[in-house]
Design a binder for this molecule. Structure first.
Ligand code: AMP
Ligand code: ZN
Length: 465
């Protein structure tokens, strides 16, 4: 069974064949850290986390290198720092910490590398110098611009004509540009903005060159997989590609000379509009995780295929939690059965290998849950192993069922319930039945159901499976 991935460059699904199976490389454009991430920003994170997990499964955990950058120098960061009257690294440290915490709540594994623009400055400046020396870039009035006329395949990734690109990029028609499509590699800093010395004058890099330099420094060019939201295809990825090819010689051309597979996720929408800060319709991950289990949010994010649009509603999250309630409920009923070491189910794997078809894979998980319920006693260990290995592979069902059913409960309530249960155990041990009954009534009033078993009492909120 081969992993097949839809490649934006080829405009079709292709068998995934890495350059070196001992070191599979993936890069995804990461966040600009000046605010909390919204759930739309989390969509690429979770989608590519699933791919990272699949690659680790196929090639071995130590044979996949996954990097995503942090853009920590940017106009919006500068603005925020100026508004608050603090240095920019106070802003970036605060929101990068929050970002890590939020993405971890959504079950995203830590990256192999997380390069940062401010720490890659030497490599960025060196790469710009190389582009200038090979006439793929030129200096003009304190700026350095990429010379789009020097690269005949410009536009190949996005499939746009030069006229479309000029219109679509909304690039400034600046007098120092040789061609209107040329884009900035280096620009002078305005007063108060961060500034670095360079052979082209003091200034700071353009956004596109940061990624290309970080890829070269962290992973090496070419890489196997380059990912991001489909809003990044043009101009960001088109420009990254042009820089990467010109900095490395044209031997392999646009198809594979920089990245062998280009993957892009669709947008997360609120109603008919995409979720975005500028439209003011965002739901922050930071807030959502206080209302919903992170695992339910992850499930909801993967409920549509990653290339399709995803309409985000409370019902989508409710449904996700309901399905997880069902699966954890099945697992709770076989808690005393050890899971056999079976590996993931075949139909589940087939769905995942087909361009990460998570909606189909979900149907298979549900079927595996039903198979586990129906399995005769001697078949339960196998069936449980198959369900767990499948779900775990894409980052689900790692919790103990009990922890899941208590997970949606706020901490104060949880502490109170556990104290009451302890009192009740003590009352029963002392054969103080009126006290035990009183405590049970109190728990009832809290909507908590206590289940006694040989190994002690467990509890859940009524209405959960
Ligand atoms: P931004 O903060 O706009 O630079 O976005 C950071 C990343 O999140 C990029 O990869 C975008 O493609 C992605 N992104 C932003 N908004 C959405 C959305 N509503 N749905 C899916 N991806 C998004
Ligand atoms: Zn990038």
């Amino acid at each position: 069974m081969t992993l097949r991935l839809y490649d934006t460059m080829a405009r079709e699904k292709r068998d995934f064949v890495p350059i070196d199976p001992e070191r599979v490389t993936m890069y995804v454009c990461g966040p600009t850290v000046y605010n909390f991430a919204h759930i739309g920003n989390a969509r690429p994170v979770v989608a590519f986390d699933v791919l990272f997990r699949m690659l680790r499964h196929l090639y071995g955990e130590d044979h996949v290198v996954y990097a995503a950058n942090v853009t920590d120098v940017d106009d919006k960061i500068n603005q925020k720092a100026a508004d608050e009257g603090v240095p920019i690294d106070v802003i970036t440290a605060r929101y990068l910490d929050a970002y890590h915490a939020d993405m971890s709540e959504l079950g995203a594994l830590p990256l192999s590398a997380e390069p940062r623009a401010t720490r890659t400055m030497d490599a960025i400046i060196e790469m710009i110098g190389r582009l200038v020396r090979s006439n793929a870039a030129y200096a003009a009035e304190g700026h350095v611009l990429f010379n789009t006329q020097a690269y005949s395949e410009y536009g190949k990734l996005s499939g746009r004509s030069m006229d479309d690109m000029i219109a679509g990029a909304r690039v400034d028609v600046a007098p120092y540009k040789q061609h209107p499509a040329d884009f900035v590699l280096w620009k002078p800093s305005k007063p108060g903005e961060p500034v670095w010395d360079s052979p082209f004058g003091p200034g700071r890099p353009g956004w596109h060159i940061e990624c290309t330099a970080m890829i070269e420094q962290t992973l090496g060019i070419p890489i196997d997989i380059h990912g991001g939201g489909n809003d990044l295809i043009f101009p960001h990825h088109e420009n990254e590609l042009a820089q990467g090819i010109c900095a490395h010689g044209h031997a392999h051309g646009a198809e594979g000379g920089y990245a062998r597979y280009w993957l892009h996720n669709g947008f997360l929408n609120m109603g008919s509009e995409k979720m975005s800060k500028s439209l003011g319709n965002v739901q922050l991950v930071h807030d959502l995780v206080t209302r919903w289990p992170g695992e339910a949010l992850r499930w909801a994010l993967l409920g549509s295929h990653y290339r399709q649009p995803l309409t985000w509603t409370d019902e989508v999250i409710e449904q996700a939690r309901g399905t997880l309630d069902y699966l954890y409920g099945v697992l709770r009923r076989v808690e005393d059965v050890p899971a056999a070491d079976t590996g993931p189910g075949e139909a589940f794997m087939e769905a995942m290998l087909d361009d990460l078809n998570t909606p189909k894979a979900y149907a298979e998980l549900f079927a595996l849950g039903q198979a586990l319920e129906k399995a005769p006693a001697k078949g339960k260990a196998e069936a449980k192993g198959r369900l767990l290995a499948s779900a775990n592979l894409i980052g689900f069902l790692h919790a103990r069922p009990e922890a899941w059913f208590q997970g949606g409960v706020d901490v104060a309530l949880k502490e109170k319930v556990e104290a009451l249960i302890a009192d009740r155990v003590a009352a029963r041990a002392a054969k103080d039945w009126p006290a035990a009954d009183r405590i049970r009534d109190e728990l009832n009033a809290l909507n908590v159901e206590v289940m006694d078993s040989a190994t002690g009492a467990t509890w859940r909120l009524k209405g959960t499976v």
